[in-house]
Ligand binder design. Sequence first.
Ligand code: ATP
Length: 329
Amino acid sequence: MSALKVSNLYRTFGKLKAVNGVSFEIPHGAVCGFVGANGAGKTTTMRIIASLDYPTLGKAEVCGINVVHHPAEVRKLIGWMPDHFGNYEHMTVLEYLDFYARALGYKGAERRQRIEEVMDFTDLGPLASRFSNKLSKGMTQRLGLGRALLHDPQVLIMDEPAAGLDPKARVELKHLIRVLAEEGKTIFISSHILSELGEMCDSLLFINEGRIVHHGDAESLKTGSDAVGGLLYDVQVEGDPQAVSDWCVLQPNVEFLETRKQGGRIRIQSDETGAAADVLARMIKDHLRVTEYHREQRNLEDAFIDILGRLDQGQPAVPPPLPTPPSNN
Ligand code: ATP
């Protein structure tokens, strides 16, 4: 059973299909990034999963429990961190957490212990007596995370938690998310800034105009194999850089893409990384004096743009697997 399962979900506002037939599953213990432009439908999908809104059609389940039929059960399982939340004036950080711990039904020593654990984890201890509306953005986000963690939920849903944070606060937040993931929590986290998600997520779910356009692992998007097909390598050689393009012309499974310093960028028509080792071995056998040979790292923004471009042209979001090239040996 998955931690989150969304099946054919729709949410319309008048004529607008904010969520337009969304389906996906996230396994227990995974960190999944939910990526899309402003207005793509992320918050609406997350609010439905958090049992704060009803779908027009379709189903959402948290650990197998239907969010519409059993919202109270679902709320015990999830920690919800919205993109904006109010802080109460004249309430300190400690009072704020104490208020929510009481609302969750914690009493006496257990309540004090829970609050202490959460304050330790989010490093809010030194701010215990600070008024909650006098916190910086980063501190406020830590307080929001602390609140969401009070009941030790299995699944954490975070809507744009890094928005507006400075680089240091982002690093701190990423660290906290990593620790929670190591503890085995399932984390579903939205952002429209891809780079900040790539490093911490096991998979990325891309949404565009209410539809899921891709669900894949961040690594394959960054290395290019998922988004463009084939393996992209940067090759540099000693001597005449033209030698790389001349060599590629004679290879059935290697395409020369563009000239770069002392060589060029090539595409190996295979999804197997072993194919790259074979290509390098052939280059050396053919007396190319290779000084640099490394797989290209693309940024995730480019991968997302590629996917949207392919969809615009009526092609699948991800190219079909490449045929196995004939052996050159
Ligand atoms: P952002 O990154 O800006 O937060 P998002 O991907 O979270 O965007 P949503 O907030 O889910 O997007 O909104 C999706 C679409 O639904 C938008 O066009 C938005 O204007 C619309 N929408 C959301 N909530 C409502 C509502 N209560 N009434 C009418 N339209 C709504």
